[in-house]
Design a protein around this ligand. Structure first.
Ligand code: NAP
Length: 455
């Protein structure tokens, strides 16, 4: 059903609109949202799909609702190259879930429309340059209009954000972490095929490295968290972690950038961000939560059970890093994704069977001090805590679960969240029940071990 919109008429107010619902990921987001539409305990009572091609949107809705009958969900036409169409969407909805990427090319107009109109915004972006640019350009405006803009509400970067917080919470004073390293292991009993748009984002991201560096140089310096102990040593390029059975190589990932932004915001707001209209109990709860979170140096590594798997990651990384620097190289990478990613990414994306067979484990190895009352000047970390976040396939299953749960929290607990502004997900959703909700939807958080380490 395509909705005819006349802006002069009073417009229907949707709880949320999924923009880019016809994409590979968007249609899985529709499927996940339908599970919560008009369920008695759910705040999601009305939903619309939006994009530039109504026929593809209708097909996506049919796919997502199968085997149930087609639900009467309006389909709205909007194009990210047409700001007026985005303003119209914003005026009709409390919240936009943006699944249109690559975000560095197509996302800014959507953030602009939301922050200008006061509509809330969540997306599944994993592109650091886009997120930081949006913060610089739209944070003030979004605070003023009351638009909450949160990027990276997907596999990038919620498991990393909630995962480091979960590890951090295990350090009970006077113990505190110095470093938390995340090791990501993508698993499947079939061949793993990644999300093409994510590969495309990584390729285009190489061209943005300079812009990101320039953006960081030009903006005012922000607070740095105080972390006990000295900066951890760099370590070898490839390491083998016996405890978790993985070889690993450092990954230039969005996760570390996002976690760093949350840590910065937390340093500036040690009790977290005040909600727009919190009850006194909620204020206490929020402050109690953030008092348990201790900052640590954070990084992400990509893990594999075999050394050969790691060499494959390094070769793909070198192809992207070297060829991504110029236009011809980028064209080649995007034209022949399967060849340059050694079969990891292809334009068609994975089949439903491949999606079902895949899963992830993200291990967090925290190293720190059992007693921070003892001077850490010359001390080496003497304690190690290992935790793990585990869940289904990352791009099409975990990402929609996370995005939809963030949306449901936003719809039901808006008063507990900041009035507006551009923020990373950890600082906005950290003190909510997001971790519990993810657990109920198949993403688990476990404490694996707490051990003394010999100096
Ligand atoms: N955070 C994570 O872990 C995670 C996971 C998965 C995906 N992602 C990101 O999500 C984004 C989408 O991925 P995908 O695999 O779904 O990509 P995709 O299949 O290419 O889908 C892109 C969507 O954007 C729409 N679109 C493109 N240009 C548009 C425009 N000018 N106006 C309105 N809509 C437009 C497309 O509409 P048409 O159907 O009309 O072409 C389609 O619905 C990518 O940036 C990807 O990196 C992130």
């Amino acid at each position: 059903m395509e909705a005819n919109i006349d802006p002069s008429q009073s417009l229907p107010l949707y709880d949320l609109i999924i923009l880019g619902a016809s994409g590979f990921t968007g249609k899985y987001v529709v499927k996940e949202s339908l599970k919560f539409l008009n369920v008695p305990s759910s705040p999601l009572k009305s939903l619309a799909l939006a994009g530039r091609n109504p026929t593809k949107l209708a097909q996506a809705l049919k796919w997502a609702s199968h085997p149930d009958p087609l639900p009467p969900i309006p389909i709205l036409t909007a194009d990210t190259t047409d700001p007026a169409s985005l303003h119209l969407l914003c005026s009709q909805s409390k919240l936009i879930l943006n699944c249109v990427g690559p975000f560095r090319l197509l996302g800014e107009t959507v953030v602009a429309a939301c922050s200008e109109t006061g509509c809330d915004y969540l997306d599944i972006c994993g592109e650091p340059e886009f997120m930081e640019r949006m913060e610089v350009k739209y944070h003030e405006k979004a605070m003023e209009t009351g638009s909450l803009v949160v990027s990276a509400c997907g596999f990038d970067s919620v498991p990393a954000e909630l995962g480091w917080m979960f590890n951090s919470k295990q350090w009970v004073a006077p113990a505190a972490p110095n470093q938390i390293e995340a090791y990501l292991s993508l698993e499947s009993d079939k061949r793993i095929v990644g999300n093409f748009a994510t590969y495309e984002s990584a390729v285009l991201g190489v061209a943005n490295v300079e812009q990101l560096a320039e953006l960081r140089r030009s903006r005012p310096k922000r607070a740095r968290p105080v972390i006990p102990g000295s900066f951890p040593p760099k370590g070898p390029m490839i390491d083998h972690q016996k405890e978790i059975g993985l070889w690993a190589v450092k990954l230039p990932s969005a996760d570390s950038v996002v976690v760093r932004r949350t840590l910065t915001t937390l340093t500036e707001n040690p009790h977290g961000l005040p909600g727009v209209n919190e009850s006194p109990e909620q204020i206490k709860k929020r402050e109690a939560f953030w008092s348990t979170i201790k900052p640590a140096h954070f990084s992400v590594k990509l893990g594999s059970k075999t050394l050969l798997g790691i060499l494959r990651f390094i070769i793909v990384g070198m192809f992207i890093g070297l060829l991504g620097r110029n236009a011809i190289g980028r064209w080649l990478l995007l034209k022949f994704p399967s060849f340059f990613s050694l079969g990891w990414f292809r334009k068609k994306g994975p089949s439903e069977n491949e999606v079902r067979s895949a899963s992830f484990k993200m291990w967090f190895i925290g190293r720190g001090f059992s007693d921070t009352n003892v001077s850490q000047d010359r001390m080496k970390p003497d304690m190690e805590i290992i935790t793990r976040v585990m869940g289904p396939e990352v791009g099409y299953v975990t990402t929609p679960i996370i995005l939809v749960q963030c949306a449901l929290i936003l719809l039901s607990l808006r008063n507990n969240l900041p009035k507006g502004g551009v923020f990373p997900p950890g600082i906005v959703f950290g003190a909510t029940d997001l971790q519990e909700r993810l657990k109920q939807n198949g993403i688990s958080f476990d404490l694996i071990s707490k051990n003394a380490i010999l100096a």
